[in-house]
Design a protein around this ligand. Structure first.
Ligand SMILES: Nc1nc2c(c(=O)[nH]1)N[C@H]1C(S)=C(S)[C@@H](COP(=O)(O)O)O[C@H]1N2
Ligand SMILES: [Mo]
Length: 213
């Protein structure tokens, strides 16, 4: 790392903090750290299915080809990891859960209140349905215009972050988006995911510094 880039990072961090975009206890990174438990799964496009089950009228299973034909959305947001790094202005493209409901592709039972994201190799994470329907949650296939790299969750990941100025949106830490996502389970009651069971905070609000329970 050059001295220049160190000064640039610190100056950007000062600006981010001043403009209210850096939650308490966070510091800025210009890189994109890779963080996960276990191994990066191998993607098999023929076997892969995006599955929806639980509190829905009909379970759903889409092939990779079908998933790629869904209407798409793009969002730019700030990512905040519980391990204290933040990365600003990241752009993601994919499918919003809201779209799947609006299309009638997923018909929820009135009892559906929570969602568990299921990922390859047993990772999971839970969120209230209301948060997953916000504009700052996406089922993402692309990062900065290119398919997400295997390390960051290819072919599909949940991603959640802060949209600057949108104080009306709840923003949890980044672990609440599962990389290598293949399934959404809709549930009447909350059920904790991988890190939540390991002692991370269930709500995980970045502004309240809800890191650990
Ligand atoms: N499948 C899976 N998804 C995961 C994790 C994991 O261990 N497995 N870790 C979470 C955590 S703790 C963080 S901070 C982000 C990191 O995403 P990144 O590696 O793209 O920075 O992924 C989240 N999603
Ligand atoms: Mo994390």
């Amino acid at each position: 790392m050059t001295l220049d880039s160190v000064f640039r990072r610190r100056e950007n961090e000062r600006i981010a903090r001043q403009s209210g975009r850096l939650p308490p206890g966070q510091s800025l990174t210009e890189k994109f750290p890779v963080l996960h438990y276990g191994m990066v799964p191998v993607f098999d496009p023929d076997a892969w299915r995006f599955k929806v089950w639980g509190d829905v009228e009909q379970p759903l299973a889409l092939t990779w080809q079908q998933f790629n034909q869904l209407p798409r959305s793009t969002i730019t947001m700030d990512l905040h990891c519980v391990t204290t790094w933040s990365k600003l202005d990241t752009t993601w493209e994919g499918v919003s859960l809201r779209t799947l409901l609006d299309m009638g592709l997923i018909k929820l039972l009135p009892t559906a209140r929570y969602v568990l994201q299921h990922a390859e190799h047993g990772y999971s994470t839970n969120l209230p349905l209301a948060i997953m329907l916000q504009e700052n949650f996406l089922l993402a296939t692309h990062f900065e215009g290119a398919p997400i790299t295997p390390d960051h969750g290819y072919p599909l990941r949940g991603v959640v972050g802060a949209i600057p100025g949108r104080d009306d949106l709840k923003t949890p830490y980044l672990w609440k988006g599962a990389k290598w996502l293949y399934g959404l389970e809709f549930m009447p009651a909350d059920r904790m995911g991988f890190w939540e069971r390991a002692g991370y905070h269930n709500q995980a609000d970045i502004w309240k510094e809800e890191r650990f329970a």
